[in-house]
Design a protein around this ligand. Structure first.
Ligand SMILES: [Zn+2]
Ligand SMILES: [Zn+2]
Ligand SMILES: [Zn+2]
Ligand SMILES: [Zn+2]
Length: 289
């Protein structure tokens, strides 16, 4: 039942922008031209680069390639409430890291938790034997059927410990290091396997220490509909930006999106799907926190 409701809502959402702007193509063109003109003439105030865009179809992760957003300013230099995209559509969204994998081979260093991939066995304390099993003393109880209080072997107790090979390490006293999976090498996530705290990040794993496969992030997954044949991504609920203004207390800017008077949220309009096309934020009301 829930999924049917969701499916129905999705369908409605997908259609909404096309319905909302039916018969307004001239208006839309004028509106977009005005945005272009603001970008061209520099009538804006830069906010920052989009890192993540939260939509009803999941989050778009930009991985440093997000568009730069700015507040549009009117002729008097006052914010109009409209946001501008200063970048062109790069033709695709960046691939995502699928980060479960073996240790990154580009930043290996000697594992400092073990010796050549082996650690002392915890179960036996590293000596390979366990001392739990007790048997009759071979020099008294087992031999004569009763214990001898003067027996030196069992100190008169009639029983001795029979050392057993430790099951965890099969008697070797060593187990494979869990940190480096027995390889003796671990990834530090720093360039060339550096262990210095301030060292630069390993480029191959981006500091994640694990190898990863890249998986595409098709923009079609975020396609909300089309306005005048322009793909519209969204609807956008929230945008997180890297603050362009240096402020140690506010490295990120959060932009919340509210429905506009027509009930629409913001969509990201692509003038065309091909790389180099302008992008526009359209509809909705934005609140910069
Ligand atoms: Zn004995
Ligand atoms: Zn052991
Ligand atoms: Zn190790
Ligand atoms: Zn690495």
């Amino acid at each position: 039942m829930g999924s049917t409701a969701t499916a129905r809502r999705r369908t409605t959402q997908r259609r909404r922008p096309e319905v909302a702007i039916a018969g307004t193509s001239t208006q839309l063109r004028d509106f977009l031209n005005a945005l272009d003109s603001s970008v061209r003439t520099g009538r804006y105030e830069i906010l920052g680069r989009v890192a993540v865009m939260q939509t009803d179809r999941g989050s778009i992760e930009y991985r440093g390639t997000g568009p730069m957003l700015a507040k549009q300013l009117d002729d008097d230099g006052n914010a109009t409430g409209q946001l501008l995209c200063l970048n062109e559509w790069p033709g695709a969204l960046p691939d995502l890291r699928d980060s479960i994998g073996k240790p990154c081979s580009s930043c290996l260093a000697t594992c400092d938790e073990c010796e050549a991939g082996k650690r002392p066995c915890i179960n036996c304390g590293g000596n390979g034997k366990t001392f739990i099993k007790r048997i009759e003393c071979p020099d008294c109880a087992a031999k004569i059927g009763r214990f001898d209080i003067n027996c030196e072997t069992c100190r008169g107790s009639g029983a001795v410990v029979d050392p057993q090979d430790c099951k965890a390490c099969e008697g070797s006293g060593k187990i494979a290091c869990t940190l480096c999976l027995g390889t003796g090498k671990m990834s530090t996530g720093k360039k060339d396997g550096s262990t210095e705290r301030g060292a630069t990040e390993c480029e191959a794993c981006e500091g994640n220490k694990r190898e990863a496969t890249m998986k595409p992030q098709p923009f079609i997954n975020f396609l909300h509909g089309r306005l005048e044949n322009m793909p519209a991504l969204g609807p956008i609920r929230k945008m997180v930006l890297q603050n362009a203004t240096p402020d140690p207390d506010k490295l990120m800017l959060v932009i919340d999106v509210m429905p506009d008077v027509e009930g629409n949220l913001t969509v990201m309009l692509l003038k065309d799907v091909k790389a180099g096309s302008p992008m526009y934020l359209y509809g909705g009301r934005v609140q910069v926190a």
